[in-house]
Design a protein around this ligand. Sequence first.
Ligand code: BTN
Length: 254
Amino acid sequence: MAFDVDAVSQALPGRFLLWLEQTDSTMRDAARLADAGCPHGAVVGAEHQTAGQGRHGRSWHSEPGAGLYFSVVLRLGLPNENLPIVTLASGLAVAEALAQFSGLAVDLRWPNDVLVGQKKISGILLQQQQEALICGIGINVNQAGFPPEIRHLATSLLLETGRIFPREPLLAAALQSLDRHLEVLQQQGRTAILRLFARASSYVSGRRVVVEQGDQIVRGVTEGLDEDGFLILRRDDGKRELILAGGLRPDAAE
Ligand code: BTN
């Protein structure tokens, strides 16, 4: 079904919202909008991405018309060291919107993968563009399946519930939730976001994980977040390590 962008605009009056039939990546479109001076909160989305970008240089599977693929230009006026907290806030925002919209139990894997069970239902990519941030969000909504190479990692609202979901109200809910969580960050500070994230994520404390950092693999048990939003890991050799980036997965030996 064609995406009704007017329905989203009606729910979010005054929001700059551009919806494309096809693009390479909404990250690139949003970067161009940011360079052209678009306002905070401007959104560009697409029905189909031919070169959807994921974290760590991976690609993002973007089946036409099945998911939500969009990027939001953020002008928060916060110093750069807040980037990890904005990353956590964006994950929280999407997780909350998805849980409320679908009724599913949703988990967060640091820093901002949104999971149902062990499978990813949404991924978020944050990139700096001059003084703006681009927050790219992919949500798997009505995918009936995934290519074999990601089938064991990815899920969608349809696969989890057996129902087809309208994407417009979910987009509006995700954007409103993002606004709310960024407001919490700006008004109550980073500790409020850290607290919310620790409550929403089963990965923050006491979880045996494997962390892949390039070709290095570290194993250990998570011990919370530091004040900047980085993950504290008690490695199996007893040393404490701050995880700044890298892919996390549960340790099979858990
Ligand atoms: C991840 O690897 O988890 C991040 C995935 C981010 C995907 C979204 S889809 C919309 C936006 N455009 C892109 O090319 N990537 C992000």
